[in-house]
Design a binder for this molecule. Sequence first.
Ligand SMILES: [Zn+2]
Length: 191
Amino acid sequence: MASGYPDFRLGNVLATSFTATLTERRGDRVERIPTPDRLVDWLAASGLAVDSCTAAELELARELRESIHTAATAAAGTSPLPASAVRVINNSSARGRAVAVLTPEGERRWQLSSASGVEDALGVIAADAISIIAGERDGRLALCASPTCRAAFFDTSRSRSRRWCDMNTCGNRQKKARFLANRSANPATSG
Ligand SMILES: [Zn+2]
């Protein structure tokens, strides 16, 4: 938190790392991209470096983020996908002009057009969300068990039994709460 802003929660899946820039949606919300510059930082940390970002582009990004969250939540609960969320995701995907390129080391990188870097980056994120929601990738969309979080996350564990969006935050907090509840129920064993 050297910048004075909430730090990022970066996972292995681009689309759900992006939706995790707003956390505790059912509790005290934490906005992790509060300014255009923080979106620039997040994109750089996610392999989608852009030169700059306007306030309008930040709004577009947040609209896409909430649409991905809404659609992923519906998909995790096997509900019909809300049409407005699908439209926003598809528009973002269609506007992006990023190109996949192969590095000499054999890794995939995204090359963004210089004119509309943020839109290109959002296009990559939208396409990632589409592949997850469409069930193309090896994993399962699930909702975090924390009642104040309920984030949609992509479970790639072998048993497909992950309960929390993030073990270090939601997982730990739940464990601690259960420990305290047990202790107050059984005071004699607490020492
Ligand atoms: Zn969570």
